[in-house]
Design a protein around this ligand. Sequence first.
Ligand SMILES: CC(C)(COP(=O)(O)OP(=O)(O)OC[C@H]1O[C@@H](n2cnc3c(N)ncnc32)[C@H](O)[C@@H]1OP(=O)(O)O)[C@@H](O)C(=O)NCCC(=O)NCCS
Length: 170
Amino acid sequence: MSIYKYPQTTTSGKLLDNLEVNDAIPTDIDEIVSIENSSFDIEAFSRSQFKYLIAHASGKFLVVRYNGHMVAYISLLKRKDTRHLRIYSIAISPQMRGMGIGQLLIDKAIEYAVANNLNTISLEVRTDNIPALTLYEKNGFEKSKLLYRYYGDNIDAYYMRKLIIELATP
Ligand SMILES: CC(C)(COP(=O)(O)OP(=O)(O)OC[C@H]1O[C@@H](n2cnc3c(N)ncnc32)[C@H](O)[C@@H]1OP(=O)(O)O)[C@@H](O)C(=O)NCCC(=O)NCCS
């Protein structure tokens, strides 16, 4: 299992100067649903699921804007009474992929875990989702289990985990 050393250097950040990252608010839902529907098929979350995730779930829901337009989101869930964070969903608008925004959101997830004294981050990913798998492996997530026919279209998933260890700064 790989170890996250804090503080971490920032990553590629090709667009970072023009991006705004904020906590989601209920009026963001239309734009979030639009990113969702252009990113996922049968496993896309519904409007009511997003309402719940933004307003009631324990964790963090971040949205990214580029020149005022929403281009990405990440939903992070923190289980009560555990030191565990789950990347529940992440999506970037198709036309904005490959520009460092996914990496930026993974950095935010790791920052959130460190700031909240959490020690693992987990996620599930389709075994055929090469961009996502590459992103996660690049960030030290390791395949820990194969979840047989996890998704509705009978595609398997990997359960991936990353261990977080905060090292005191000198
Ligand atoms: C997976 C996803 C979030 C990546 O976001 P992104 O903003 O395009 O990724 P970035 O530009 O930050 O790339 C970061 C790293 O991810 C990997 N990566 C991104 N796109 C990739 C691709 N098409 N093929 C292979 N690796 C890729 C690379 O390692 C890349 O680092 P590099 O640029 O130094 O090579 C994005 O493709 C997406 O939203 N996909 C649809 C929704 C989805 O599948 N979500 C994940 C569900 S588990």
